[in-house]
Design a binder for this molecule. Sequence first.
Ligand code: ZN
Ligand code: FE
Ligand code: FE
Length: 264
Amino acid sequence: MPADYHTHTPLCHHATGTPEEYVEAALRAGLTAYGIADHAPVGETYFDDWRMLYDALPDYRAWIEKARQHAKGRIDVRWGFECDWLPDCESWIERLRGMRPDYLIGSVHYLGSWDFDNPQWLGRWAQTDVEQAWAQYWKEYAAMAESQLFDILGHPDLIKKFCHRPQGDLRRFYEPAIEAIAISGCAIELNTAGWHKPCADAYPAVEFLELARAAGIPLVISSDAHAPDEIGRDFAPAIELAKSAGYTETLRWSEGRRTAEPLP
Ligand code: ZN
Ligand code: FE
Ligand code: FE
């Protein structure tokens, strides 16, 4: 099985499990590598209630170290952050990069001050123009790619989480983003968590994946696990989906290098 680089820890306040449990689950799933990428702090002060605090960074390092110790000689452990693409975030992302993670995942969870994927604000969708929200989401997604600050671009298509989709062919949104991503050289993830959300569809949809493949954009497969038993979840169908879109390999990160590995 490919590596799973997008998994969380309880430090973000909405995930469960111990480092040992995650390592054991990653071994059971037969993953090539276990990658820890919890929700990064945004600056040094409180930002929202679903990410680690800046002051928890030493605890994060300790968590990763525990996982490494437990995994020693059995599975490759890598770490990074899932970072939020926000206005004027660039210098902060550089700070996170300065902590020498193996990789950084960039995600768009916010449109302005609204974390649109947060079930707490679901009601806000009733007052939202879906066409406009999609346009804004994909514009931000393209800008995030253009920033070149990230190695992996997280869950493309998250905007559909609660089944809000504009009418018609969605490739009008996908195509400009694909173009920006292809130029950036960043990888995208096929995130299996979407299958377990109201949209019941992978992030991204197969139409996006086919365009990405045609544009030569590299791929990783991720579970976005928030509990140990979610590690590597649905990787078999994800591999089938990636192959159906024309993909033959995924990426690995080790010792600061990105290499390709054939899909099983
Ligand atoms: Zn999360
Ligand atoms: Fe996310
Ligand atoms: Fe995540």
